[in-house]
Design a protein around this ligand. Structure first.
Ligand SMILES: NC(=O)c1ccc[n+]([C@@H]2O[C@H](COP(=O)([O-])OP(=O)(O)OC[C@H]3O[C@@H](n4cnc5c(N)ncnc54)[C@H](O)[C@@H]3O)[C@@H](O)[C@H]2O)c1
Length: 263
């Protein structure tokens, strides 16, 4: 009998699998028994025989990637739409058509093409998992194109879940907080790091393995009744405000007991 959360024999594709969160998902899936194709614009640091150079913003590249996986392995079970670019820190004053267009081409069109072509090839039990972000759930200053693109990923996830439910394919998303990846640590003196450490309720950045663990659950047979879910993996940063000034209602007395007002 297969162990809990086994991905034994599953055929998976991870876009953006050469770096950061995607690379952690590739490793974890392989440890769980899946046969994983890495799809990225750039090759992984360590040569990978299952690497397919792909730009997810080009529909024909996504469709031929997924057709190729189905032809090579006979099936497609899991697609992780993880590839993304992260132009944070761009205010409305600074936003340009070129940043908007490239951000949406990769983060939104790429996910859309992934859902379109994976669902064409998947059977019952198929799993599609999209990488959103906590800034797709909450507004932040300088979020502009990036935050809006991740809000779109949240909605594509819900629409995909509803449309594909009749075929037994689930569509879910992860909304990571600030995760220690090259996209974050590669920015010299990145002010996001101390800010996220001080504002995240769990008091630290997330690690790629912590995101991969949540993706693993959603990809597993055990998640068969989960679809249309947006799972935050963010140390609690999307749970609420750290401060909101309030006072006790009149109905609570000095001993902390509730007294309904006299009618
Ligand atoms: N790191 C974070 O704090 C964080 C937080 C929330 C969401 N995310 C999201 O998680 C995902 C992974 O981010 P990461 O931090 O691991 O970034 P990363 O930059 O380390 O990795 C992203 C990978 O995507 C690839 N990629 C970029 N454009 C592509 C394209 N057009 N086609 C194919 N591949 C492409 C890159 O080559 C790279 O290998 C992204 O969607 C990102 O928006 C990251």
């Amino acid at each position: 009998m297969k162990g809990a959360f086994s991905l034994d024999g599953k055929i998976a594709v991870v876009t953006g699998g050469s770096s950061g969160i995607g690379a952690a998902i590739v490793s974890r899936f392989r440890e769980a028994g899946a046969r994983v194709t890495v799809a990225d614009r750039l090759p992984p640091a360590i040569e990978d025989e299952f690497f397919v150079r792909t730009d997810v913003s080009v529909e024909t590249e996504v469709s031929s990637l997924l057709d190729g996986v189905r032809d090579r392995f006979g099936r497609l079970d899991i697609l992780i739409n993880n590839a993304g670019i992260q132009p944070l820190g761009v205010t409305f004053e600074k936003i340009t058509a070129s940043v908007l267009e490239r951000t949406f081409a990769v983060n939104v069109n790429g996910v859309t093409y992934g859902i379109k072509h994976a669902s064409r090839l998947m059977g019952e039990g198929g799993r599609i998992i999209n990488m959103a972000s906590f800034v797709g759930l909450l507004g932040i200053p300088s979020g502009t194109a990036y935050a809006a693109s991740k809000a779109a990923v949240v909605h594509l996830t819900r629409c995909g879940a509803i449309e594909l439910a009749c075929r037994g394919i689930t569509v879910n998303a992860i909304a990571p907080g600030t995760i220690r990846t090259p996209a974050v640590t590669g920015i010299p003196d990145n002010p996001e790091i101390p800010f996220a450490e001080s504002r995240t309720p769990l008091g630290r950045l997330g690690e790629t393995d912590e995101v991969a663990a949540a993706v693993h659950f959603l990809a597993s047979d055990e998640a068969s009744y989960v679809t249309g879910a947006i799972l935050p993996v963010d140390g609690g940063i999307s749970a609420g405000w750290e401060r909101y000034d309030l006072t006790l209602p009149r109905e609570i007395n000095s001993k902390g007991e509730w007294h309904d007002p006299e009618s």
